[in-house]
Design a protein around this ligand. Sequence first.
Ligand code: GLN
Length: 289
Amino acid sequence: MSTIQQLLKKSTLDKVDAKALLAHLINKHLNWPKSAMISRDTDQLPQPLLEEWVALEKLRAEGHPVAYLIGKKEFFNIELKVAPGVLIPRPETELLVELVIDFVQASGKKLSKILDLGTGSGAIGLALAKNLPNSQVTCVDISAEALKIAQENARLLNLNSVKFIQSNWFDDLATALPVEEYPFDVIVSNPPYIRHDDIHLSQGDLRFEPVSALTDDHDGLMAYRSIFKEAATFLNTDGLILVEHGFDQSKEVCELLQEQNYINIKAHQDLAGIWRAASANRAASVKLG
Ligand code: GLN
């Protein structure tokens, strides 16, 4: 027999993680809301819940991310189902959503066509579809497993007009997309950008995430080279290209945009003050490529 109070007191896990796991379990087993973590913290908990708690506590202690253990993650103003086949959405990626919303609203277009390249759980594309009613969002991923999760998220969020395409960046896009679906007004991406030799890949929660969503197995810039080269073909003349990158990649990513003749290249800081994203426009008069 145990209570919420006793389990939290006894647990060696980080307190925030322990509370998130327990909140999930009381909801799953007892249908209790989060507030019960305080209001019912001295009630006795049922045996099946306690057994699952022991199992989850062990997995978390081994390093399994909380989001995979509870199967969901909040991102921007939506909740996404996540599983080991997709990267867990990060708070810093919300910056991309904000920047796209600002761009689309300022453009005043009746309908904005948006492409999310390497969508994973669908985080960026679905948050945009949810917050920009006058948009047509297409989500692309190379992984069938990721697309299945992203599509389920679209269904759970009632975002039924979002399109999903399996493709390695732009490779299969032209054949899969009807011509009226592009050019896009926005191409946004959070590609794999961790260098192959970065020690973080073998530490902490990252060990449990899909390696192909984290690293290009190279210098961390391969995805930008492919995306920037091809994006011009799919981007409207006044369209926006926007990518997330690593904490030390701002200069290189901006240079890669310049090499491909994009204009209005801008670097953006996340809430932690880290240069985290780069954006640019495609100029009407410039020959790209
Ligand atoms: N932001 C992730 C991390 O550093 C990496 C995600 C990515 O490569 N796109 O953990």
